[in-house]
Design a protein around this ligand. Sequence first.
Ligand SMILES: [Zn+2]
Length: 327
Amino acid sequence: MTGAPRKKKYLGAVDLGGSKILSVIAEDDGRRLGEDRRSTSAEEGPELVLERVVGSLEEALAKAGLQQGDLAAVGICSPGPCDIGVGVICSAPNLPGWQDVPICRYVEERMGVPTRLENDATAAAVGEHVYGAGRGCRHVIYMTVSTGIGGGLVIDGRLYRGATGVAAELGHMTIDPHGPVCGCGNRGCLEALASGTAIAARGEELVAQGGSALLAKLAQEQGRLTAETVAQAAGQGDIACQDIIRRAGYYLGIGFASYLNIFNPELIIIGGGLAKVGDLLLAPARAEMEARAMPEALKAVQLKLAELGDHAGVMGMVALLREGATA
Ligand SMILES: [Zn+2]
């Protein structure tokens, strides 16, 4: 007896962020068939956001010309502490009211397939390793520099999580023991010195001191002062703003040198919104890394920009679902 041929199944992946939800439906080789983007509307609270996650997956399925029954599994990545073993988002700084939300159980019930949760920086690291800038490399450090600094480590071809899953908190390496207080409570973490939040804070100080009329004007026009505002003023020739960005790059380079000496990677991939600032940030980072790292480690490494943009997280979830237990 020959049964009917087994129907092909597809993978669903969702990046749940503080401002937007991105869902894709993909083949297991990573080809994307359908996609949906919508605002998170986090202020509406967990229940409505969960509803939007399911709605987004359904829309991505519809765009791929598929139905719920065609899905094999769903992967979700999200910022903030989560218990990936039980699929619970413990808390999320940019999702107000989220406390121990069992997102996997909810999506499993609604979509009828196994659902897996992962931290978004970890997922992005896997995405870049498997489908992006790190293709074919076995020793990769992925760092995302945006409002915070996060990342992932691929050691000998495998994602490294550490004893309790906290590994690769690349932004929380102490760079200056007397530096500014970090969001984690420690002092002088890389994140407190080189993240978008840190750059914006230095920009605020500069404006308060009357140090940049251009930055003050841009901030007033935009109604806020972010790292992008500082970068914009720097791009328009403001020397003090250029110094702020260069200083952040300098600290990043100190971090890179330590990662090189500890992990001896062949590649450091830099993603996140601030990577777009380009050489003003990355040239001093590279110079400082070169000045500090051991020559043998330096010889092996390349710095590259991430390639997948905001698809890194969802593509990482596709890779993790595909590989099942390997990661
Ligand atoms: Zn910290």
